[in-house]
Design a protein around this ligand. Structure first.
Ligand SMILES: Cc1cc2nc3c(=O)[nH]c(=O)nc-3n(C[C@H](O)[C@H](O)[C@H](O)COP(=O)(O)OP(=O)(O)OC[C@H]3O[C@@H](n4cnc5c(N)ncnc54)[C@H](O)[C@@H]3O)c2cc1C
Length: 433
């Protein structure tokens, strides 16, 4: 084992998805020293839309205009849900903070008043709360049924404007489509979203594209494009599109791996970096032992092992995809600490008989059980350690995909955990030489 530990961190955050990023951000902005371990690769699959709570109950698929009303209803029906435990105030402030930090990092969000229905590249709509400013005019145009032009680019396979029109046309009669040649792509048979997004950061490329789009606008009051309007400077690129085309412009999120996912990952990384979080992107945590008031973490990367010490730990390692939970024939386990995982009694009951069961499958609600402040329980049913908290999708009793609550769950539980830790530690801890 190489690498001497030189300091005791106030907080070690394990996992770098939405939950871990939020926890690191919140802890650092409270003045706590933060060691953040893990790679946020899963964020690349995100759409950039930030859900708080869109659907409840899941089986009839009731969609809500206001996530706070949905949360009140959830509280009555399912008081053990982790979003209910942290409460609307924590979720609201956590989401405001995340969106504001993303805006500062170059990915601005529209003011969030309630849920919106955002058109998708499949021609469906998605109910969500936090909408990047570059996508919000699509929700408005759809809600008001405005005459709207959708534009796609020959060779960009992940988005077909006419397919969206075909699917949504009956719900959005004024919707039209057009295909244009992307500047300088005449000799190419295929375009890649990241290349297109990067090219659109050049004003010269944009100008040539505008010349091709202007004659197609006709009676349109809004114009939509695939979500490729810039990569790291999407806010500026989107503004330039609106100024040049003289009307609201919106992006439609495309399938993963998506440009908005890259933006989200980049903006969250910039935000945690700006708050002085110390990141170990290439490392994984393979063990944690608790030694009185300090947790000793074992980290591994390609170069070998290291240890690190922290006064509090936030576990944000996700579910099966993130590898925060692992499953085999005997059941579901939490691999770092062997924490108690609430799960169906037998493997036979993991899934409902129908694959597309509207209520979802019991295994989708498996996860860690916590006490009332968010500390996970060990196999004996006691908090595993005084200052160990679990946040995000590793928590049980929720089905974030079907309930459309992924980001609210991640940020809200992270906010509550950091609040408890900051109160407990009473401010930044001493830094040993
Ligand atoms: C396809 C897709 C679409 C999505 N769309 C939306 C959407 O429209 N709206 C929305 O709000 N959210 C969306 N999300 C994101 C979703 O909100 C989050 O995935 C969810 O909130 C869970 O986040 P998490 O941080 O708990 O877990 P994860 O995102 O799974 O992150 C877990 C992290 O922990 C790390 N990790 C695991 N074990 C270790 C270890 N031992 N050591 C170090 N690191 C470790 C993993 O590498 C990973 O970085 C989408 C996600 C996906 C995958």
């Amino acid at each position: 084992m190489s690498g001497q530990q030189s300091k005791t961190w106030d907080v070690a955050v394990v996992g770098a998805g939405m939950a871990g990023m939020s926890a690191a951000l919140f802890a650092a902005s409270r003045g706590l020293s933060v060691l953040h371990v893990g790679n946020g690769g899963g964020l690349l699959f995100a759409s950039g839309l930030l859900d708080v709570l869109g659907v409840h109950p899941v089986a009839p698929g009731r969609v809500w205009d206001r996530p706070w009303d949905a949360l009140a209803a959830l509280g009555k029906d399912d008081p053990g849900h982790p979003l209910v435990r942290v409460g609307a105030d924590a979720v609201r402030v956590a989401m405001e903070r995340v969106m504001s930090e993303l805006g500062d990092a170059g990915m601005p969000y529209a003011p969030a008043e309630g849920n919106r229905q955002v058109p998708t590249s499949l021609g469906t709509t998605k109910v969500t709360y936090g909408v990047p400013r570059s996508m919000v005019a699509g929700a408005q145009a759809f809600a008001e049924g405005l005459p709207t032009l959708l534009v796609d680019f020959r060779g960009l396979r992940e988005f077909s404007a006419c397919q969206v029109v075909q699917t949504m046309g009956d719900r959005w009669p004024g919707l039209r489509c057009a295909r244009v040649e992307f500047p300088d792509s005449e000799a190419l048979s295929e375009l890649y979203a990241v290349h297109v997004a990067t090219a659109l950061e050049s004003s010269a490329t944009r100008e040539r594209l505008f010349e091709r789009v202007r004659p197609l606008l006709g009676d349109a009051s809004a114009v939509g494009f695939p979500a490729v309007l810039g990569l790291s400077r999407s806010g500026q690129v989107h503004q330039a599109f609106e100024a040049a085309l003289g009307m609201p412009v919106f992006e439609i999120p495309t399938m993963p791996t998506s440009v908005p996912g890259l933006r989200l990952k980049g903006a969250l990384e910039a935000a945690v970096g700006a708050h002085g979080v110390s990141r170990r992107v290439q490392s994984v945590v393979t063990g944690i032992v608790f030694d009185g008031d300090v947790a000793q973490l074992t980290l591994h990367d390609a170069a070998g092992g290291q240890t690190a010490a922290a006064r509090a730990v936030i576990l944000a390692t996700g579910r099966f995809v993130g590898k925060g939970l692992v499953a085999d024939r005997r059941g579901v386990a939490e691999p770092i600490l062997g924490l108690r995982v609430e799960q169906p009694e037998a493997r036979d009951s993991w899934h409902s008989r129908r694959f597309l069961e509207p209520a979802g499958h019991p295994i989708n609600r498996a996860g860690l059980v916590t006490d009332s402040v968010g500390r996970p329980l060990d196999a004996a049913g006691n908090p595993a350690w005084r200052r160990l908290y679990a946040v995000g999708s590793i928590l049980g009793r929720q089905d974030w995909m079907r309930q459309k609550c992924g980001s609210g769950l991640s940020a809200g539980t992270a906010w509550a955990a950091v609040d408890a830790i900051a109160g407990d530690l009473g401010g930044p801890g001493p830094v040993a030489g």
